[in-house]
Design a protein around this ligand. Structure first.
Ligand SMILES: [Zn+2]
Ligand SMILES: [Zn+2]
Length: 654
């Protein structure tokens, strides 16, 4: 596109605004910034060359599309974070000279670095010491310079002398990919520290100002439990103090909402060492919430023409041989149990079971679509390190459904699923974003036509509903393109949400057919979808989303009734009986504690309504009503209160 005349010894690069700049051959991004404006050079911390982030001092070549990344810009925050990780590693090795460094990538909202520190377990106190050392390093304004390792064997020997076994292993692995060190030098140009890294990084540490070490956790070299046990420091960095503080506040809010912590206050669920990790026990309070959600879920499905099914929790291994799960998913399945000499497995997926029901009789095009839905419990192996409260578990109940339809019906079926997703997600107050995950590059399964057909159906359904989506190129399963939906909760955190997949695999493997209008057999189209995902994960997420404050329709106890004195207890039980008759969940708190104490406790339990009954109320037949999060109380007739409760429950308002 360059039409600018370029002389010998010069090159021309394209800038983001469409203009071009001619500079000397061999010039770096820093030279380019300087040639544009001294002020720009001062702010420059890196480059994007042809879309790829690079060091500021990277030499440019003719025709490059170059964007100069500046400090305080959102697109340079990764550079900041990753460079801060090296500063952290340098600080750790200064304080703990025996520490060996592993890897330190950026992650969402921050970064971590893994260390092996013989004989020392990092504490919170250590984190403040490391932070102080990092501040000193940052302020000393070390330069960070890329250095291509000239002699790999020499460097390997050096790493080994230093005991840097992890770096040595990485270098050996990458020896043919032009491995680089980054040298961190003081103001006199003396190398203070170096790290094996591919880069890119900031040109110096002086711009690193707003960072925070967050926590320490255990990890393993290469994530392998059989390898060295390491200590991981999680941290983050932002360009501005305000951004850092806002993030820390968000973390604090998230911590307050942690479903494991709230579960203790609200008596929601437990796990037990003697049972094994990742297996969740639902206590009555949360079981109530789940039952209401399931009732609502069933009602929404019934309206939309789904049929409910149940399938066994174990099945002969044969089933998973046919489905291919044993081959492609075996490592997530629990080992076989012997029944009458035959191997059986706990089910990892509900799909084969639903196929069995579909195949139990001959189906014609007039019977389609068939929509089977099941709150189906499955068991999947997850490494103990990744288990997390209710969010990552080893046994869970999916709100699973499989739709069997003709090709002509596919688009409208997907549309129907998207409608259901929208109804459920908006009821719970989640906003969401859709992604179209397309065929992975290495998927050999199915024909191009089949993939195109299935992908188009998903895409068209979203277009028809005017649902904005992004394409996740190659992000589909090896057997199916899919729509992935990400949810955003009350504090803006992202959660994995509903999925819709058009399966190109199982109908063939199980030979799932219908008789077409032409009297011939045709392969059925099969759609897998889960809306809530799993009851465990969804309810765990919901606890955090609502911060434990369940809206009235979900609240385990909706109304607490408290007699002021013993003589008012009978009236309380009468009221309770009347409300229970209206299907309202009531608890009479007639303990001999003070009224204030009982009110406070009901507030801690997040009970939406509190009724206080004393002499006046007994005489008048009215009730004194307090609402959670509303100051004061008001007196009203029991019928009016019942109406108010019923309508608030009906509306499912938050
Ligand atoms: Zn690096
Ligand atoms: Zn399925």
């Amino acid at each position: 596109m360059s039409q600018v005349e370029t002389k010998m010894g010069e090159i021309t690069v394209n800038l983001p605004d469409g203009s071009q700049k001619t500079i000397a051959e061999g010039a770096t991004g820093a030279d380019l910034a300087k040639s544009i404006a001294q002020g720009l050079f001062k702010k420059a911390v890196g480059l994007q060359i042809n879309g790829e982030t690079r060091d500021l001092y990277t030499p440019l070549t003719n025709g490059d599309n170059v964007k100069i990344l500046k400090a305080e810009d959102a697109d340079s925050v990764e550079l900041l974070r990753h460079s801060t990780a090296h500063v952290m590693a340098q600080a750790v090795q200064k304080i703990f000279p025996d520490a060996k460094i592993a890897i330190g990538p950026t992650i969402e909202d921050g970064f971590y670095y893994d260390f092996e520190i013989p004989g020392h377990t990092l504490s919170t106190d250590d984190l403040s010491r490391i932070e102080a050392e990092m501040t000193a390093i940052a302020n000393s304004n070390q330069t960070i310079e890329r250095y291509v390792i000239p002699d790999v064997d020499n460097q390997l020997a050096e790493f080994k002398t230093q005991g840097e076994k992890f770096k040595a292993e990485l270098l050996q692995e990458h020896r043919d990919h032009t491995p680089t060190l980054y040298l961190m030098k003081d103001k006199d140009g003396k190398t203070i520290w170096n790290d094996l890294c591919r880069g890119p990084h900031l040109p110096n540490t002086g711009v690193i100002k707003n960072f925070k070490l967050l926590k320490v956790s255990g990890s393993y070299w290469r994530g392998d439990e059989k390898k060295e046990h390491l200590q991981r420091i999680y941290a983050t960095a932002f360009w501005t103090k305000d951004d850092l503080n806002a993030y820390l506040l968000r973390l604090e809010e998230a911590e307050k909402r942690d479903h494991r912590k709230l579960s203790k206050d609200l008596d929601l669920f437990s796990t037990h060492e003697e049972v094994g990790p990742g297996l969740v026990f639902w206590h009555p309070n949360l079981a109530t919430v789940r039952n209401i959600i399931e009732d609502y879920w069933r009602a929404e499905h019934r309206k939309r023409g789904y049929d409910f099914v149940f399938t066994p929790h174990i099945a002969s291994e044969e089933l998973y041989k046919i489905s291919g799960h044993l081959d492609s998913y075996g490592e997530n399945m629990y080992s076989a149990m012997d029944i009458d000499g035959q191997p059986y497995r706990a089910k990892p997926m509900n799909c084969p079971g639903h196929i069995m029901i579909y195949k139990s009789k001959l189906r014609s095009y007039r019977d389609l679509p068939v929509r089977f839905a099941e709150l189906g419990t499955v068991y999947r192996y997850e490494r103990s390190g990744v288990l997390h409260g209710m969010l990552r578990v080893r046994g869970f109940t999916q709100d699973d459904s499989h739709i069997f339809c003709t090709p002509e019906q596919l688009e409208s079926e997907i549309n129907g699923i998207l409608d259901l997703i929208d109804a459920l997600m908006s009821t719970f107050g989640y906003t969401y974003k859709a992604y179209l995950a397309t065929r992975p590059a290495d998927s050999k399964l199915g024909t191009d036509e089949e993939w195109a057909f299935a992908t188009n159906a998903l895409e068209n359904a979203m277009k028809e509903r005017k649902l904005a989506y992004e394409v996740d190129e190659g992000g589909g399963a090896f057997y199916a393109p899919k729509i992935d939906i990400k949810l955003f909760d009350a504090i803006g955190r992202e959660w994995q949400g509903p999925t819709v997949q058009v399966d190109l695999n199982l109908p063939t493997r199980f030979d799932v057919n219908y008789i077409g209008q032409d009297g011939n057999r045709h392969k059925v189209i099969m759609v897998h979808r889960a809306v809530l995902g799993s009851m465990e994960r969804f309810c765990g997420g919901l606890i955090e989303h609502y911060a434990g404050v369940f809206p009235l329709w979900l609240a385990p106890t909706q109304v607490a009734i408290m007699p002021i004195a013993d003589r008012h207890a009978d009236r309380c039980h009468e009221i309770a009986k009347q409300l229970k008759a209206q299907d309202i969940r009531v608890h009479v708190d007639e303990r001999s504690e003070t009224l204030n104490y009982r009110i406070r406790e009901a507030q801690v339990q997040q009970i939406p309504y509190m009724l206080v009954i004393g002499d006046n109320e007994v005489t008048s037949g009215q009730v004194s009503v307090r609402q959670r999060r509303i100051e004061g109380s008001k007196v009203m007739g029991l019928d009016d209160l019942t109406k108010q409760l019923k309508s608030e429950i009906e509306s499912k308002q938050s």
